[in-house]
Design a protein around this ligand. Structure first.
Ligand code: ZZB
Length: 258
């Protein structure tokens, strides 16, 4: 799988995270790194998700920068030449996902640039970087999770204001309009992020509809089809050093061997 890794700089740590990282970063800026298959949706980010039970690390990239992701994600990046020398892994901090909740970040290309880190039950430690950028307009999982968090803020131990940004229309599709994921979630009568099976189906529909029939509503490639805009947005983010290519070696091997 060829993902785009999106870098969002931390602008304010949650109190719990601040305690853990205190004095350990050597003055480095920290970026949360999320793996996405849909760079063209980055205009519509409303949050960043972590798995509350997942362990994350902060890894030195050079003297000035550090990346926050799972160890597994950092190892993949290291072997893809993100660190120098290639393969080098320099972990500065280990931190529980739960402690990252409430951290404020600056998300590149997003119409709402200042976003909060929130918990999501379905984040897999074994996929991507373990950091997921939330685009509820076009991702059914993200929309269902955002609705859960709003309904049960106390249960999820979040401040309601952290989940207050509404889905942003970024892509229009003929069948579902300007907010494809909410429309599909409604159509399939999905109640929460726990409706795992229906959400997988919703995701398939949203991917196909967005890719084959979607038109950009915002950004540099407004008016163009998603098929055309996808790689252009990606290139533009990589050029601006806000993103880089990130591949999943295991998945690649599996799909090649059948
Ligand atoms: C932003 C985004 C916007 C995404 C969208 C999807 C959609 P796939 O297809 O199963 O390979 N993701 C990335 N890492 C993880 C993880 N560790 N655990 C759970 N989810 C993860 O899934 C790739 C997508 O799953 C990624 O692309 C990311 O969410 C999420 F509008 O990034 B995406 C219809 C989907 N729309």
């Amino acid at each position: 799988q060829e993902y785009t890794a999106i870098k969002s700089q931390v602008i304010e740590w949650s109190p719990a995270a601040k305690e853990v990282i205190e004095g350990k970063l050597g003055g480095r800026k920290v970026y949360m790194v999320a793996a996405t298959l849909r760079p063209e949706t980055m205009y519509g980010q409303t949050n960043c998700f972590v798995g509350p039970a997942i362990k994350y690390g902060i890894f030195a990239i050079n003297e000035k920068d550090a990346y926050l992701c799972t160890y597994r994600g950092a190892r993949n990046m290291a072997f893809q030449g993100v660190t120098k020398p290639r393969g080098n892994i320099d972990q500065l901090v280990e931190i529980d996902g739960a402690k990252l909740v409430g951290t404020k970040i600056n998300a590149p290309f997003s119409i709402n640039p200042e976003l909060y880190v929130l918990p999501m039950d379905s984040v897999l430690a074994t996929k991507g970087t373990g950091v997921v950028t939330s685009v509820p307009s076009d991702s059914p999982h993200d929309y269902a999770t955002l609705m859960d968090l709003r309904k049960k803020a106390e249960f999820y131990k979040i401040d309601p204001s952290w989940a207050s940004i509404d889905p942003v229309p970024v892509i229009s599709t003929p069948t579902y309009g300007d907010l494809t994921a909410p429309a599909i979630v409604k159509q399939l009568k999905i109640q929460s992020q726990k409706d795992v099976k229906q959400l997988e189906e919703a995701k398939e529909i949203a991917y196909k509809e967005g890719f084959y029939n979607g038109t950009m509503l915002v950004g540099e490639f407004k008016g163009e089809s998603v098929q055309d805009a996808k790689s252009k947005v990606r290139e533009s983010m990589i050029q601006a050093q806000l993103a880089f290519a990130y591949a999943e070696p295991e998945g690649h091997v599996t799909s090649r061997s059948g």
